[in-house]
Ligand binder design. Structure first.
Ligand SMILES: Nc1nc2c(c(=O)[nH]1)N[C@H]1C(S)=C(S)[C@@H](COP(=O)(O)OP(=O)(O)OC[C@H]3O[C@@H](n4cnc5c(=O)[nH]c(N)nc54)[C@H](O)[C@@H]3O)O[C@H]1N2
Ligand SMILES: Nc1nc2c(c(=O)[nH]1)N[C@H]1C(S)=C(S)[C@@H](COP(=O)(O)OP(=O)(O)OC[C@H]3O[C@@H](n4cnc5c(=O)[nH]c(N)nc54)[C@H](O)[C@@H]3O)O[C@H]1N2
Ligand code: SF4
Ligand SMILES: [Mo]
Length: 725
């Protein structure tokens, strides 16, 4: 990479008082390359420009990316620790006072020790997130198991990538989100995209999607809504929310019936074909149409297009994964590639649109309840031994597996978990069944929240610690392709804020566990230990040094040693990661959504995103342009459905489910099924759609069913219009 040349050119020729720091966006899994513009007098970030030298986004950025830099010096930044003075104000922004780091650390250490002395080591828990670098994610896992010595750690990826992870693991024996580099996508002949609003959620992928069609290729989209990609698709499979398993089984059945099965590939490289054929044969277009609501001709046409395409990529996202059968959906759609042999070669394969910036790396290195660095298993004695030798503890000292994210809230209400160290997540907005989750947070004896902005979840905390933004620290992130890239530091931490790794190292000292952490004095030292801890695991990052990442513009894992250049394409040798080297074609009987519509709750509620906000909105709702473009949530309703209820555009209605209610402005839109309503989830407090969602968990991945539950609309007596709150 010509970083130095690039620096000099811009500094000297154009802006003598500016330097550019090449890095990547703070938000989604695309991890678009960008240069942060830094004023060399004040040493503050003042702007951004896209980077043309990063092959994934090629100079493109979305509205969130171009305004991301506005977080760093934002007036709302937390600059010092906060300690709760008034316990009666718990659950609100009020009742905090500013404190020194020493005071905050002392209080946390005292309270955590007290809880562990009285109720055992496992009375503490860690709930984390993956907007952090690999190094921070790695250290958070170590902090929980070695620093706090608790079994209870899990993270927000449970609500995001867990079904993709479990499904890929079962089908392919390995969970790397994409089997091929993104630079291949536009060269394929067919994209089959299920449950992804690509244009709003991964906007810088769009030029590749359109390019497939421009080259004469095909686009098939499965989504209950007519999203921008669905609008231009060759076939739009407008299915009922929660019915993907039937649709995917039908695709596999039709591919076999239409003669597109690759028999040699199936015989040599897969298991499970016969059993699967037995299950899918019932999924005729007619029967599948009854379940999904999609016209039989569309199903037939979609299978034909995918089957005929010389190269094709199956892509999916949370639309299919956030169901209580999300894991089965992932395996069922992956079956399409395995039956036709369209995997393990350029321009063909399967990929999930990774959500958060480090949604991939963050799930590989030990933040999951049962995982250790390098995607090792905490239940595997050999794996435990390998990690213990890096951490300097004995296998007996390694805590047991914990429980998944939502199950931690259950343990809080039961008082099994009494203390929480929350970082990089805002579950008081983003977890399902909010009435329950907020009560769980309130029931804690002691809670710490680390964030750079005071979040809705911080309102439940006893101590709030100010973390830095992504631009004030360095480390690596793994993007949606499995490419490890480097985040560079552009500015010193604002106020007294600190990077999460440093907070954990300092806190470990106060907890009497300093010997395991005090050598980690810089981000690069954490990186060295992290690479070593991943060595030998299948998510092996050992060879991905920061130098190599700079030189190669990223390194795809696995990358096992200095000579290894990394692995852009998975399975080129047709070796899958199961012990016999074969992939598994999975026989998956259909199950309906956990909650089907009924007389009382006749509508299907699905939830998701808009282009202007990111996740719980704690970052993007503070950015003026993004806030102005979408200041409040709304409920999308089809015109005919609106007529049935006698409601108009922009009227405020009560939307409710068995779990809760909220008031939303109606957005009348033809681009949605008549039996379905959609609400974006980026908003907090009484505007949160998660007051209504269901916590039906996938048995394998423990993913909640964010994408389907039964709901009802109530027209208000006065038919109120206008501003909501
Ligand atoms: N602007 C923006 N971009 C983001 C994010 C953001 O918050 N805002 N978040 C990032 C993160 S963490 C994630 S996880 C990704 C999410 O990216 P996506 O998964 O693309 O986003 P969603 O809006 O959650 O859902 C995608 C689509 O699934 C459809 N859908 C709903 N129910 C079903 C169903 O039962 N079956 C099928 N086939 N489709 C269904 C919805 O109509 C929606 O169009 O986006 C990332 N990018
Ligand atoms: N109804 C519904 N609910 C959903 C979804 C849905 O589709 N529908 N999608 C789910 C999905 S896919 C996801 S990913 C989750 C996301 O849910 P959350 O994890 O709650 O999402 P974020 O808003 O990213 O929360 C991250 C928090 O950490 C802070 N933060 C950012 N970077 C750092 C850092 O480096 N250190 C620290 N300490 N803090 C930092 C941010 O300010 C923010 O407050 O929501 C899930 N919830
Ligand atoms: S597409 Fe994702 S990574 Fe790229 S600029 Fe937008 S939010 Fe950032
Ligand atoms: Mo996500």
């Amino acid at each position: 990479m010509q970083k130095d040349k690039f620096y000099r050119e811009i500094e000297n020729k154009h802006h003598p008082k500016e330097k550019l720091v090449p890095t990547h966006c703070s938000y989604c899994g695309m991890q678009c390359g960008m240069n942060l513009r830094v004023d060399t007098d004040s040493n503050k970030i003042i702007g951004v420009e896209p980077r043309y030298d990063f092959p994934v986004n090629l100079g493109k950025m979305c509205p969130k990316g171009v305004t991301a830099y506005q977080q760093t010096n934002h007036d709302d930044r937390l600059l010092r620790p906060l300690i709760r003075e008034d316990a009666s104000k718990k659950g609100t922004k009020e009742g905090f006072r500013e404190a020194t780091w020493d005071e905050a650390y002392d209080l946390i250490a005292r309270k955590f020790k007290e809880l562990q002395n009285n109720y055992g080591k496992d009375s503490l828990s860690v709930f984390s997130g993956v907007s952090m670098t690999n190094e921070k994610c790695y250290l958070t896992g170590k902090f929980a198991r070695v620093g706090l010595q608790t079994r209870y750690i899990d993270y927000n990826g449970r609500f995001c990538m867990s079904s993709a992870a479990a499904g890929f693991m079962r089908s392919l024996g390995v969970d790397r989100g994409s089997t091929l580099p993104w630079t291949d996508i536009h060269q394929s002949d067919c994209l089959f995209i299920a449950g992804s609003n690509t244009a709003e959620c991964h906007p810088t992928s769009m030029f590749r999607v359109w390019e497939v069609q421009n080259r004469g290729g095909y686009l098939i989209v499965a989504d209950p809504r007519e999203t921008p990609i669905a609008r231009r698709a060759d076939v739009h499979l407008d299915l009922k929310p929660g019915t993907d398993l039937a649709l995917a089984n039908c695709m596999v059945n039709l591919l076999i019936q239409q003669g597109f099965a690759d028999e040699a590939f199936i015989r040599e490289h897969t298991n499970g074909f016969e059993e699967t054929m037995e299950v899918v044969k019932a999924f005729t277009p007619e029967y599948t149409s009854e379940i999904t609501g999609v016209a039989p001709e569309k199903l037939i046409r979609a299978a034909e297009i995918y089957g005929k395409a010389p190269n094709a990529v199956v892509l999916f996202a949370r639309g299919i994964e956030q169901q209580h059968k999300g894991t089965d959906n992932v395996s069922a759609y992956t079956n399409m590639c395995l039956v036709t042999g369209k995997i393990g070669r350029p321009k063909s394969g399967v990929a999930t649109f990774t959500g958060q910036g480090n949604g991939q790396g963050g799930r590989e290195h030990g933040q999951k309840a049962d995982a250790l660095p390098g995607y090792r298993k905490i239940t595997n004695p050999k794996h435990v031994q390998e990690v213990c030798s890096v951490w300097g503890i004995t296998p007996e000292e390694m805590p047991q597996p914990g429980v998944s994210a939502y199950e931690m809230f259950e343990l809080m209400t039961e008082k099994t978990i009494r203390g929480l160290y929350l970082l990089c997540s805002n579950p008081a907005v983003s977890a399902p069944n909010q009435n329950f989750v907020r009560a769980a947070l309130k029931s804690l004896d002691f809670m710490v929240c680390c964030d750079m902005f005071l979040s809705e979840s911080a309102e439940f905390a006893d101590v709030v610690l100010p973390s830095v933004t992504w631009s004030e620290d360095e480390g690596t992130v793994t993007n949606l392709e499995g490419r490890i890239i480097k985040i560079n530091k552009a500015q010193e931490p604002l106020g007294e804020s600190k990077p999460d790794w440093q907070i954990q190292v300092e806190l470990a000292e106060r907890l009497g566990r300093g010997q395991y952490f005090r050598h980690l004095t810089t981000a690069s030292k954490v990186a060295e230990e992290f690479r070593l801890a991943s060595k030998g695991g299948y998510a092996d990052y050992y060879g991905a040094t920061w130098d190599k990442i700079e030189k190669q513009n990223g390194v795809f894992w696995p990358c096992r040693d200095e000579q290894d250049q990394g692995t852009p394409y998975m399975f080129l040798d047709k070796k899958f990661y199961h012990p016999d080297g074969k992939a598994k074609i999975c026989a998956l009987p259909y199950r309906p959504p956990a909650e089907e519509p009924c007389e009382q709750y006749p509508l299907r509620l699905t939830t998701g995103r808009v282009v202007y906000h990111y996740l719980s909105g704690n970052q993007t709702r503070r950015i003026p342009f993004l806030r102005d473009m979408c200041p409040e949530p709304f409920v999308e309703v089809h015109p005919e459905t609106a007529k049935l209820y006698g409601i108009e555009h922009e009227e405020i209605v009560r939307l409710y489910t068995r779990r809760g209610e909220a008031y939303f402005k109606v957005k009348i839109i033809e681009a949605i099924r008549k039996d379905t309503v959609f609400v974006p989830y980026h908003f907090g407090h009484e505007q949160s759609i998660n007051l209504l969602t269901i916590a039906a968990l996938d048995p394998m991945s423990k993913m909640p069913e964010f994408k389907a539950c039964a709901a009802q609309i109530e027209k208000l007596a006065d038919g109120t219009k206008g501003a909501l709150l």
